[in-house]
Design a protein around this ligand. Structure first.
Ligand code: ADP
Ligand code: MG
Length: 729
């Protein structure tokens, strides 16, 4: 890769890479990371820093991944190949204990460079060749042993001690190629205006942005990159919070239609017919929502509440308040099963009279064409005042007469864009987002920083509760039989149960019930599947006579719906399912939830799953079956789930145990707009501090008129999000 020099001071963060670097380099960077500007590449921070004297532990290298390591050449051998013409050069490199073999075909000349005792960085994909680890055709850069002799001693010391940045690299762009390119940019970079105003930096030990970029990419000492990362982390939080608070303000700048219930109107009639009294939390959150709806500012509220805490009723009350003035509400659900269930339970709660008036209507992609047309007409004409659907609601074929309220169920499955797409179908409708995943405050601030948050902590009274047990097959393999006995005992009492498996068929992972929040599915070996467990249960004498059926994402929507309906009607005793049953499915007679290979699921996913039982007056039993070894992180996660029913406590534990970066989920990870240095698990205080500072600044200067650099940073951030959305389609 050639790195052309650019005139000193000629570059800004918005300069195109194509022009600042060679065209081929710029192209490679765009292809590998989507980077197009100087600012993009300068925000490509090192993953870690190596020291010249320290070698990478070779034994811990992951197979089949691109790695960058620091090692020393031990020996080099050349041999001719018998089968083909040509030669192989094999170099062994070491970290002092382990050995890794580098192989090169027909590149004898490398023996001149790879001399025993030489150290350097090596990059490539780790493979396994007959039990030995190797890098085939690696890239490398050897450390220059020539200590600089010109200049003072200090220069030599600096050379020997300067941390070496190791960048996230790809097969085509090595860490040191990135380092070189970034060096060129830093040399050419002119003055950088600070996104963070002086008064905000003061007292927080925040450096100038320019210093921070130098320190993170070209540190002389460890303290340099540490201080730089602190600054960049705060900057990231501050810019993000400013963007979120601006978005919030922008949404609130529009005029919404006030939606107020009338005395003796729909809402009152509905409340009078409810078979239960609302919990205090339901009333409180409901009050907040009604106040929002009655204002001329569009509501933008997130309601979080445990599974079974009664969020649907809360949302329904809001819909009735809107319906009062002829307004329509759209409820967006993540799956066909859930949309259909929502429609059924809404119709049931409304009762025949209100249903006839409000015409709750289902709009999904799998409706037969004629039915779908009919539904679309009712919605477009405004006859249907409650519309429930999947992504189909977002399409061009659905339009509303007067969309007053958008309700999004289980927000983590939808992006901001989908919320926006639906919002655009009305004139600044109110928006209500429901989630059953308790979100720690800092995550809420980061992911949903443009929303107001309400929380339902209480569960309705009269719930019999759930008991959770871990079944540790690692130590107690025989307990597996006992699990099925317990299930049989529950069935004998007239109750029903779920058995959840991570896969549909042996070796086929469930793909429509994506792990929530991008949670990892750890654990090696094939996962228990619906097919194999179904066969196992059907063969058990203790379950002879039990009506057992599968439920998974490969079944058609009709099949799934029929199965769920049959289960709800007690025509089935046991569902062997994947996580399609995870969200929202409501069968009060179900008492038992067995999760097989439970370590393959995330903490919050398990918590959601167990929320499927113990919903009525029947006590719930949740058995987490796992081979995870005692002491492993996987086991700790399961123990945490077994130890508490408090979703908020679990969310906290989860955050601590979970791999950093997974927290924000697939939606937020990997892409360009994802968090770079910020970690919600660790940086909660910093995020809160940044939000407060951003709010103060916006209160004084809502348009950022006097803060051009910050405005530019916010714009860059939003551009990234927008282009990421477009590239995802
Ligand atoms: P969520 O969506 O929060 O998981 P739902 O709204 O589906 O919970 O409510 C779960 C069940 O509890 C439903 O059957 C609902 O009718 C019932 N329910 C809701 N609120 C109450 C309440 N205050 N008292 C008793 N039952 C309630
Ligand atoms: Mg629900």
């Amino acid at each position: 890769m050639t790195a052309d020099r650019v005139a000193e001071g000629a570059l800004t963060l918005d300069s195109r890479l194509n022009g600042a670097l060679g065209g081929r380099t710029a192209q490679a960077l765009q292809r590998a990371f989507g980077y197009t500007t100087v600012g993009d590449l300068l925000a490509h921070y090192p993953r870690r820093y190596a020291a010249r004297g320290e070698l990478t532990a070779l034994a811990e290298l992951p197979l089949d991944e691109n790695v960058t390591i620091v090692a020393e050449v031990l020996e080099v051998r050349e041999r001719t190949m018998r089968s083909r013409r040509g030669s192989i050069l094999e170099a062994k490199i070491s970290d002092g204990t382990g050995i890794l073999t580098l192989t090169f075909f027909n590149q004898k000349w490398r023996a001149n460079e790879l001399k025993p005792g030489v150290r350097g960085m090596f990059a490539g994909k780790v493979s396994d060749y007959r039990g030995a680890r190797q890098l085939a055709h690696p890239d490398y850069q050897l450390f220059d042993d020539a200590v600089p002799t010109t200049g003072a001693d200090a220069a030599a010391v600096r050379w020997a001690t300067a941390p070496i940045p190791i960048y996230p690299a790809t097969g085509t762009l090595s860490s040191w190629q990135l380092q070189t390119a970034i060096g060129v940019l830093l040399d050419g970079l002119g003055a950088v205006d600070d996104p963070i105003p002086e008064p905000v930096r003061r007292g927080r030990g925040i450096r100038s942005h320019r210093d921070a970029l130098e320190g993170v990419h070209r540190p002389e000492r460890d303290e340099d990159w540490k201080a730089a990362r602190r600054t960049l982390r705060f900057t990231e939080a501050f810019v993000l919070q400013t963007a979120l608070l601006e978005r919030r303000a922008a949404a609130r700048a529009h005029e919404a239609v006030r939606r107020e219930p009338r005395p003796g109107g729909l809402l009152e009639r509905f409340e009078a017919s409810l078979p239960f009294t609302l919990t205090d939390d339901q009333l409180e959150v409901g009050g907040e929502i009604l106040a929002d709806l009655a204002a001329a500012v569009p509501m933008n509220r997130l309601v979080q509440g445990e599974v079974g805490s009664g969020k649907t009723v809360v949302a329904l009350r809001a819909m009735l308040a809107v319906a009062e003035s002829g307004g329509q509400s759209a409820l967006l659900a993540p799956t066909e099963v859930l949309a259909a269930q929502h429609l059924r339970s809404i119709a049931k709660m409304l009762g025949p009279e209100l249903s006839a008036e409000l015409m709750p209507t289902l709009v999904t992609g799998q409706l037969p064409a004629a039915e779908r047309r009919k539904a679309a007409l009712r919605v477009a004409a405004g006859q249907s005042r409650i519309v429930v659907g999947t992504h189909a609601l977002l399409g061009d074929t659905t339009s509303f007469a007067d969309l007053g309220l958008v309700v999004v169920d289980e927000q983590h499955r939808f992006g901001v864009e989908q919320r926006e797409a639906l919002r655009l179908k009305g004139r600044h409708p109110h928006v209500l987002v429901l989630t059953a995943t308790p979100i720690p405050r800092t995550v809420a601030m980061t992911v949903f920083g443009d929303l107001d948050v309400s929380t339902i902590r209480q569960l309705p009274a009269g719930r019999a509760g759930i008991e959770t047990h871990l079944v540790p097959l690692a130590e107690r393999p025989a307990w597996r039989a006992r699990v099925w006995e317990r299930l049989a005992e529950e069935l004998a009492q007239g109750r029903q149960g779920f058995v959840v498996c991570p896969a549909i068929e042996p070796k086929v992972a469930e793909d429509d019930g994506e792990p929530m929040e991008g949670e990892p599915a750890p654990g090696a070996g094939p996962a228990a599947s619906v097919a194999s467990v179904l066969a196992e249960l059907r063969a058990l004498p203790s379950l002879a006579g039990a009506r057992i059926a599968p439920l998974h994402g490969r079944m058609s929507a009709d099949e799934k719906d029929d199965t769920m309906r049959a289960f709800a009607a007690k025509e089935l005793d046991v569902l062997v399912a994947t996580t399609v049953i995870e969200v929202g499915v409501d069968v009060p007679n179900a008492s038992t939830m067995v999760v097989v290979d439970a370590d393959r699921f995330g903490v919050s996913q398990l918590h959601q799953l167990r929320g499927r039982v113990g919903r009525g007056s029947v006590p719930g039993l949740c058995l987490l079956v796992s081979h995870a070894e005692a002491g492993s992180v996987a086991r700790e996660r399961l123990e945490a789930v077994a130890a508490t029913l408090d979703g908020f406590e679990l969310a906290r534990v989860d955050l601590e145990l979970r791999q950093e970066g997974d927290v924000l989920g697939a939606m937020q990870s990997g892409g360009r707009s994802s968090l770079k240095l910020l970690r919600v698990a660790r940086d909660g205080d910093l995020i809160a501090d940044a939000r407060e500072a951003a709010a103060e600044l916006l209160a004084e200067d809502p348009r950022l008129a006097g803060h051009a650099a910050l405005a530019a940073a916010v714009r860059r951030r939003l551009d990234d999000e927008a282009s990421e959305y477009l590239s995802r389609g």
